[in-house]
Design a protein around this ligand. Structure first.
Ligand SMILES: Nc1ncnc2c1ncn2[C@@H]1O[C@H](COP(=O)(O)OP(=O)(O)OP(=O)(O)O)[C@@H](O)[C@H]1O
Ligand SMILES: [Mg+2]
Length: 211
């Protein structure tokens, strides 16, 4: 195995945008290059975080308050950081995350209208200075994303209304405008293969290896 340097990449986008497809493809590409790479999904990735995931996505939990929801996301995330992310980065490995803190800002902040200031205060405690080196935002129009998911049974957050999803998408784009150096914004309408090549090009540049 060739460890080059620690690298932390998160994948973001609305439901059905295509982010899991892209992070799984990057994961396999990096494995093929003999690199040590981990892929975790959020919320989840540890025993405790997966239990929190079940609470968050349970359709029977319609009474869950927006603050409870936000705190649970950060609890799950902190457990993942402590148990998995920090140890892997300390060993000089690559960590890919299917969603991270930008999801909370986009969904609970822009989508649910929770105070961004409150979210950032909790983020300071829950994630500290563990920030992605690169965030791939798969920006996909609502209609395209919904067509990609319509065969699935929706979880509690996926069943939200169109205005909520529109605010979430715009929230992501606003975050990308604020931190252009961290974000790689992709047009999710492009083909899976085209998007994959763009991601690989960017990541190989950062790792200073051949594309
Ligand atoms: N660029 C693309 N073009 C066409 N179809 C795509 C593209 N990317 C993904 N898909 C398909 O769309 C569906 C949803 O993709 P994916 O699961 O990657 O989305 P996601 O963003 O992870 O969604 P969720 O937030 O619900 O987990 C899958 O069936 C996938 O094969
Ligand atoms: Mg997914």
């Amino acid at each position: 195995m060739k460890n080059i340097k620690p690298l932390f990449i998160s994948f973001e986008g609305i439901d059905g945008s295509g982010k899991s497809t892209q992070c799984q493809m990057l994961y396999h590409e990096l494995l093929d290059r003999d690199l040590v790479v981990h892929l975790f999904r959020e919320p989840g990735g540890t025993k405790i975080s997966e239990k929190i995931r079940d609470i968050l996505l349970d359709k029977n939990h319609s009474e869950m308050s927006a603050v409870t929801e936000m705190l649970l996301y950060f609890s799950s995330r902190n457990q993942l950081i402590v148990e998995k992310i920090i140890p892997a980065l300390t060993r000089g490995e690559i960590v890919l995350l299917d969603r991270f803190v930008d999801s909370t800002i986009a969904y609970q902040g822009y989508g649910r209208d929770l105070s961004l200031n409150d979210i950032n205060k909790v983020a300071e405690v829950a994630i500290g200075n563990v920030h992605p080196d690169l965030t791939v935002l798969v920006d996909t129009p609502l209609e395209t994303a919904e067509n990609r998911m319509d065969k699935r049974e929706l979880d509690r957050l996926e069943a939200e209304n169109a205005e909520f999803k529109q605010r979430t998408r715009q929230g992501y784009l606003e975050l990308a405008r604020q931190e252009p150096d961290r974000f790689l914004v992709l047009d999710g309408r492009e083909s899976i293969e085209t998007l994959k090549q763009t991601v690989i090009k960017k990541v190989t540049q950062i790792l200073e290896i051949e594309a």
